[in-house]
Design a binder for this molecule. Structure first.
Ligand code: NDP
Length: 425
């Protein structure tokens, strides 16, 4: 069935089983259907091969944010997160942005950067000339250390040298195709060490991938007509101005920028985790990029265009996302995530993930500059407290109803009220 024609209204009201059955109308593989039907999780023997000292597996909620429109195509986006309200906020924002024409994305290239840091180099200028004179040989040497990526159409493509403090640093750019490329870049960098030491007369301190993936920048933008901010035009215009101000605040105050970006990563991490990508790598790259101008700043910007009457959002992020390699393919729920997305290429997945970051940021700023964040969170907080207090599925709704009437919500109050709910039954 054409995914665009599916009506997702009421998806959030269904039970998990009903949602799983609903998802089967997408063009999913037999493996994904079995994962949904049998709630197949990562097998212990596979987990035991992935990392060390395994005793069990950690489970987290796996959700879907439906109908996210990116570059003219609709995606059903898998989210893995434990934080209440993240999925609801992303769904709400994505719906509005889809009605507004969706996200438009841009990326110049997708390459990873590796570095060899040389020290004890007596004459750095001479060493730089010697290394650059052998640029082609060094690129060939790197490629011969990982020939399979060259066969796939990728490989080492650029080499530069920079002096930084006591170091002479050699940077290599590598097209890692569908992989994140940590292992392949590390292999290439280590292969360059003996030649670089000989050419520079110095010693290598380390040879490794850099997570600051400035050659994998993805920009996502959206334009939202005022009518989607509020039915009342004056209120909508005021809100657009306040959201633009909130974006300025995150540029000038690191205390706000930190929370602003945390909200962006609420969405990004959820999709990165669902798709089996390395979320530490994406976080490291994002936070370094946020500090590129010398102070930590908000990653997204919003402005109000008074001539078009549109709120315009932009988010640029280093997004070295993979669809192959690492643990992708080993975990049944990761395979399901890629299948739900229609098996996108790495560049497409990076575009979707950056767009989700912008959607999440839109929802957070809209709530913060209008009703405040707690209004939407109260019910979700009450739900978490109800679950923590030990409420059974049928007891959660009545307990939440009672909890939100209380002047103070905490675990003790939730436990007390749970007793009342049970006695009333
Ligand atoms: P892998 O070492 O798994 O290499 C990629 C694999 O994918 C290769 O086996 C490659 O096969 C295969 N592959 C299949 N199709 C393609 C394709 N179209 N394009 C590219 N590769 C393809 O993963 P990475 O090198 O990407 O490294 C990522 C892992 O390294 C992650 O688990 C990460 O957590 C970890 N890591 C991260 C570090 C960091 O971020 N600083 C440091 C160290 C590790 P073939 O060999 O045949 O080409």
């Amino acid at each position: 069935m054409d995914k665009k024609t599916i009506n997702w209204a009421g998806f959030s009201k269904k039970t998990p089983k009903e949602r799983a059955i609903f998802l089967e109308r997408l063009d999913l593989s037999a493996d994904s259907v079995a994962t949904l039907e049998q709630e197949k999780l990562l097998p212990l023997d596979i987990a035991n091969q992935m990392v060390e000292n395994v005793v069990t597996r950690q489970a987290l909620p796996f959700s879907v944010v439906p109908d996210v429109l990116v570059d003219g195509k609709v995606y059903q986006v898998p989210f893995v997160t434990e934080e209440p309200s993240v999925v609801a906020a992303a769904s709400f924002a994505s719906k509005i942005i889809k009605r507004s024409g969706g996200f438009k994305t841009h990326q110049d290239k997708r390459q990873m950067i590796g570095q060899v840091a040389l020290y004890d180099v007596d004459n750095k200028a001479q060493a730089t000339r010697a290394i650059l004179a052998k640029r082609e040989e060094l690129l060939n040497l790197a490629n011969s250390a990982y020939p399979s990526i060259v066969k796939r159409g990728g490989g080492a493509c650029e080499l530069i040298v920079e002096e930084k403090g006591d170091f002479l640093i050699v940077y290599l750019s590598v097209d890692t195709k569908e992989a994140m490329g940590a292992n392949m870049v590390n292999t290439m960098m280590e292969a360059l060490v003996p030649t670089l030491e000989a050419l520079s007369g110095g010693k290598s301190l380390m040879a490794i991938l850099s997570n600051y993936a400035t050659q994998s920048l993805v920009t996502s933008t959206c334009q939202i007509p005022l009518r989607y901010l509020s039915r009342k035009p004056d209120e909508a215009e005021q809100l657009a101005h306040k959201m633009a101000l909130a974006s300025q605040l995150a540029q000038v105050d690191p205390y706000r920028a930190s929370t602003h970006n945390k909200g962006i990563f609420n969405g990004i991490d959820a999709v990165v985790l669902a798709t089996g990508n390395d979320w530490r790598a994406i976080e490291a790259a994002g936070h370094t990029y946020a500090s590129r101008k010398g102070s930590y700043q908000g990653l997204s910007t919003w402005s109000y265009n008074s001539s078009t009457k549109m709120l315009e959002g932009t988010l640029t992020l280093p997004t070295p996302i993979a669809t192959k390699g690492g643990s992708i393919g080993l975990n049944p729920s990761t395979r399901l995530a890629h299948d739900l997305l229609g098996q996108p290429k790495a560049t497409t997945l990076a575009a979707i993930i950056t767009s989700i970051g912008l959607a999440q940021n839109f929802a957070a700023l809209k709530a913060l500059t209008s009703t405040g964040i707690q209004a939407g969170h109260m019910k979700l907080q009450a739900k978490s407290l109800a679950l923590l207090a030990g409420a059974a599925e049928s007891e959660v709704a009545p307990l939440v109803k009672e909890l939100i009437k209380q002047p103070t919500m905490n675990l003790a109050v939730a436990k007390q009220l749970l007793e009342h709910v049970r006695q009333a039954d």
